[in-house]
Design a binder for this molecule. Structure first.
Ligand code: NOJ
Ligand code: CA
Length: 679
């Protein structure tokens, strides 16, 4: 499995054309165009004396109108105007590659590429290269600054990239520069009412849907998009700054992340795109030679929800959640089910009192009194379960980095191969945004250090995903969303029932989400009188299919699962898939996804709805043509309702084939989860 990224199933890389055109006179406009392999998407590039402009068409319709490209370098003129074309290269690449784990085992990477090497004229000319790739499902575009005499170490003060959208579309967006990063509910508005948004940002135009994001974010700042003036259709890149306003501190040679524009006929089709992954690098050969057998998708439980609902506490003392006895209860439950990991939050020293309000005091290699971590890891190992470590940093990155190597070394020694990270706090180290270059670079060091110590990473409150899991296969999953925790913990501001029908179309386009589904007990009002999980039980089950994560939490307490017939679905559902198909859905309304288990012929289906009940018909034509299946259906009970009767569910078994149609009856906030077991 672990060397399979190398295997080339089918492929060719073809250099179509290398033209060393003579330097175009800067007075004229030079025009280039690039089409996707299926010719549906077309990009036009114009090199004008006053600047670089690109536009995008899809199926003959404009998507992006002529939009500026370029970089503003601190203390210098903008790099983007007065450029001449030195050379262009075009090629086509078409190859399948294998994910070591993922939502889709084999991915086809097929694009046409245009590279345009540009240089200024004049006394101290600088050079800039644009790399553009057109896939059938979207465009990628990046800046490269080659090594050169007149531009060495420099600061990017502003990235000039714009997206002048052709239509004022319905836009699903998340305001950036707030206290808790992307941990808010998405907004829907006209494009012309956007302010400044995180990416991915998803737009529904009349004849197509699109999403703008970035791929391969390394040593650069995250991109947000700011509407240029009220009531326009122009989004401009707004890089998350350093405290002094610098955006990116860098040196040539360097390259920016890819700016990506996914385009599809309907929003649901965006979920079947692999553009972000395809624009990331394959793992380095050294990485592939390493023993990666510790990297395993799986389900995990943990001492976690009981803190969020106020039953227990992270702090040492009478309400301490992390104890040897409690950890063993979780391990015992996991050992009897398909749960491979146990998380113990509050396991280490330093959680006293209001830890999120002060400078961090965590010690990352000393267990809290009352928890014998060595004993717990031994107990777990004997039962075939692994302990998952936890590094809550309270956003103190400098403090954490001093201990980081020792912290991962400590886990390696104990045989802990998975860590959940966290950066709770409104700013990193007091004055840095969670999405700036400072944090991007820190998080890269985390992933590298973890890999050296053979640890998988699941990070909360970190930089939003840009597909780097292709390059770093121990980078499993992230939160970067308003997760289940908001339904449990204070402040008493839970998610709305439509939330999970929005995030797969927005945040989900960037990569796996550690949303932490699986709440079975809806009565935790003792400490949280105003909170609730805004869904039915069958909806909770469906989330295991709808929301992709290679490490999927089984978030409720073992007591709430013990003996519960519906737990069988959680036990059965895999976390590693051969293939995935988003079948039907509308943003904020409903979503139906089917996935095939990587290790068996079985398929799974998850369907969820928002606060509205609805009936759907699903053709089962994704099943193998000649095979027969038992559909094990977990659906909402007759009177199920997220508000009044969340626990009502039914289990039904019927025989189906690829020719069958399944009728779904989703109740308010409800869902259906199905296992198709081949007979
Ligand atoms: C925020 C994380 O999202 C949550 O899962 C965790 O329990 C707390 N931080 C404490 O680390
Ligand atoms: Ca969080």
């Amino acid at each position: 499995m672990h060397n399979s990224h190398l295997s080339i199933v089918l492929g060719f890389a073809l250099l179509l054309l290398t033209s060393a055109s003579k330097a175009e006179p800067a007075k004229q406009t030079a025009r280039y165009s690039l089409q996707s392999p299926d010719q549906q998407l077309a990009l036009q590039l114009e090199v004008k004396p006053e600047g670089l402009f690109y536009s995008v068409n899809y199926a003959g319709r404009p998507v992006v109108m002529p939009s500026r490209l370029g970089l503003k370098i601190k203390g210098q003129a903008a790099l983007g105007s007065g450029l001449k074309v030195v050379q262009t290269r075009e090629r086509e690449y078409n190859q399948d590659w294998q994910q070591p784990w993922g939502e889709q085992q084999t991915i086809n990477e097929h694009y046409r590429e245009l590279r345009v090497e540009l240089a200024e004229t004049g006394a101290k000319p600088r050079q800039l290269t644009l790399a553009i790739r057109a896939f059938n499902d979207g465009i990628g575009l990046r800046y490269e600054v080659p090594a050169q005499a007149n531009l060495q170490e420099f600061v990017i003060e502003d990235e000039l990239t714009e997206f002048v959208l052709a239509e004022n579309s319905h836009t699903w967006w998340l305001p950036a520069y707030r206290n808790w990063g992307p941990e808010y509910q998405y907004l829907r508005s006209a494009l012309s009412s956007v302010d400044v948004a995180f990416t991915p940002i998803t737009l529904e135009a009349r004849h197509y849907a699109l999403a703008i994001h970035e791929a391969a974010l390394v040593n650069y700042a995250s991109m947000t998009l700011r509407l240029v003036n009220d009531n326009t259709k122009t989004l401009k890149v707004d890089l998350v700054p350093w405290p002094n306003g610098d955006k990116v501190r860098t040196a040539a040679p360097m390259q920016s992340p890819w700016r990506t524009i996914q385009v599809a006929p309907k929003a649901i089709d965006l979920l079947n795109s692999h553009l972000t992954l395809n624009l990331n690098e394959a793992p380095a050969p050294e990485n592939l030679k390493a023993d990666n057998s510790y990297i395993k998708p799986g389900k995990y439980m943990g001492i976690w929800w009981e803190m969020h609902i106020g039953e227990k506490d992270w702090s040492p003392g009478p309400k301490q959640g992390a104890t040897t006895a409690r950890a063993k209860e979780y391990i015992d439950f996991a050992a009897q089910h398909d749960i491979s990991g146990i998380l113990i939050e509050g396991w280490n020293k330093g959680w006293e009192g209001e830890w999120w309000q002060r400078k961090p005091t965590f010690i990352f290699d000393k267990p809290v009194d009352g928890l014998d971590l060595e004993e717990v890891t031994r107990y777990a190992r004997d039962k075939g379960v692994e302990i998952i470590g936890h590094h809550e940093t309270a956003a103190g990155v400098t403090y954490y980095e001093q201990q980081m190597d020792a912290a991962f070394g400590y886990y390696e020694k104990l045989g802990i191969h998975s860590v959940k990270m966290g950066y709770v706090g409104t700013r990193i180290d007091g004055d840095q945004w969670h999405h700036g270059q400072y944090m991007v670079n820190h998080f890269q060091r985390v992933v590298d250090t973890a890999a050296r110590h053979k640890v998988m990473v699941n990070a909360h409150e970190t930089v939003t995903d840009t597909g780097l899991r292709r390059t770093y296969p121990n980078l499993m999953t992230r939160e970067c969303v308003r997760g289940m925790e908001y339904n449990g913990g204070s402040p008493d501001t839970g998610n709305m029932p439509d939330h999970t029908t929005i995030i797969p179309f927005t945040r989900g386009l960037s990569g796996p989400i550690d949303f932490t589904p699986g709440i079975f007990n809806f009565d935790y009002k003792k400490h949280r009188p105003y909170n609730r999980v805004p869904s039915t039980l069958a909806n909770q089950l469906a989330l295991y299919v709808v929301i992709y994560s290679p490490l999927q939490m089984v978030a409720d307490l073992p007591e709430n699962y013990a003996g519960h017939p519906a737990f069988q679905f959680i036990d059965d559902v895999p976390t590693d898939w051969k293939q995935s198909r988003a079948l039907q859905g509308e943003i904020g309304e409903y979503l139906v996804i089917a996935r095939q288990d990587k290790h068996s012929p079985d398929w799974y289906l998850g369907a969820i709805t928002n606060q509205d009940a609805r009936k759907l018909e699903v053709k089962l034509d994704f099943l193998a043509p000649k095979a027969r299946y038992e559909a094990q259906i977990y659906r909402d009970g007759k009177d199920a309702d997220w508000e009044t009767n969340p626990e009502a569910y039914e289990i039904k078994r019927i025989n189906v084939t690829a020719k069958s149609t399944l009728e779904l009856d989703l109740k308010p906030g409800g869902g259906t989860a199905v296992r198709f077991k081949q007979r």
